[in-house]
Design a protein. Structure first.
Ligand SMILES: [Zn+2]
Length: 360
């Protein structure tokens, strides 16, 4: 198989002592007491923004806290990697990037459309982070020609999660084009871990199921839409997708764009995003319009909202969403701008924050 996003090591991270490596999602709590993972370390800030939402989404979907006590217990004593592997494995079949079955965040069917260069999967040009980390030399002028499977997976997730309007029938994300994402952060000291950043942004099971969406829709494809033929949205024959139509978890796994990576034409090459040598670098993909059209009062837990006639309307950022580094500022600004902060920020302030708490 090309890449399984649960079983394989593909997420770039940094440990407390500065060691950089790639992990499988369940390894997030590895070496927790001696040398824990403290941050994501992707080559682009929008990739870090996508990856933290990917991790929050997995944990929220498959192992949310049962109640407040359970949440608090696991904030400082996380589940072991062995336990997480066991739990995450139950959805591993939904996280294959390639193969003959359903492919992660790609259309259920092969698409008979013209091929696009893989560079078009990226929402924006390389960010400052790449320049600062001196990784920009991997990026050719004129665009990216080859992308390794981990970077493809991240770019796919980032595009489906932030999808800007892309012409007739190219649908925007579940939160509209370029939604603003705010998360609760630690206090920025060395005592914070990546696990804590994820766990701080996961709601208790009941609270999440009541946020938005239809908890009675428990079929796997109601959580992970790529496991079934796409609910297409052509003008006459298609349909809209309201919160009532699918499970709440689809808020993290929305798929407004119909996309298929071309995996028949992979090459051994340096990935022009991260610089890794990979024998399965992808060069092209196909896309088709009229993918899932999310309509109605969606209320994603990580986005601030305003209200229009009582209906929540997600706040939007500049194209490409919000940079990982800016999150703290955005959380603080919410109050000043009289926006309704994201559900997670609100929940944290109302139910979880304590006077002596180092998290904010
Ligand atoms: Zn790469």
């Amino acid at each position: 198989m090309l890449l399984n996003l649960i079983r394989d090591k593909w997420i770039a991270i940094r440990r407390r002592d500065g060691t950089k490596e790639r992990i499988a999602p369940w390894e997030i709590t590895s070496d927790y007491l001696t040398n824990p993972i403290v941050t994501l370390d992707a080559p682009r800030p929008d990739f870090n923004g996508a990856l933290i939402q990917f991790l929050i989404g997995i944990v929220q979907t498959v192992t949310p806290p049962k109640d407040e006590e359970d949440w608090e217990d696991h904030l400082h004593e996380p589940p072991t990697p062995v336990r997480l592997e066991e739990i995450f494995s139950c959805v591993a079949h939904a996280f294959e990037l390639g193969g003959n079955g359903p492919r992660f965040m790609q259309d259920f069917q092969s698409l008979q459309t013209e091929e696009l260069r893989i560079a078009n999967l990226l929402i924006e040009t390389p960010g400052e982070n790449a320049l600062r980390n001196n990784t920009d030399h991997f990026i050719k002028r004129g665009g990216v020609e080859t992308m390794c499977p981990p970077c493809c997976a991240t770019a796919l997730f980032a595009l489906q999660t932030n999808a800007p309007s892309g012409g007739a029938g190219h649908r925007t994300s579940l939160r509209g084009g370029g939604p603003l994402t705010t998360v609760v952060l630690g206090d920025g000291t060395e005592s914070n871990t990546l696990w804590q950043m994820v766990w701080l942004n996961v709601l208790e099971e009941d609270t999440f199921l009541r946020t938005c969406g239809n908890p009675a829709k428990t079929a796997e494809e109601d959580k992970f839409p790529w496991l079934a033929p796409t609910r297409t949205s052509e003008p006459k024959s298609g349909r809209e997708t309201n919160p009532e139509d699918v499970h709440p978890a689809q808020m993290f796994w929305g798929m407004p764009r119909r996309i298929r990576l071309n995996l028949d034409d992979c090459v051994r090459s340096i990935c022009e995003i991260c610089g890794a040598l990979d024998s399965n670098c992808v060069r092209a993909y196909r896309t088709k319009n009229y993918g899932v059209n999310y309509t109605g009062p969606w209320h994603h837990p990580l986005s601030p909202h305003t209200r229009k006639e009582g209906i929540p309307v997600p706040v939007h950022a500049q194209p490409g969403g919000v940079s990982y580094r800016h999150w703290l500022g955005l959380v603080q600004e919410d109050e000043k701008r009289s926006r309704e902060p994201s559900r997670i920020v609100h929940h944290f302030r109302e139910n979880r924050q304590k006077a002596e708490d180092p998290f904010r």
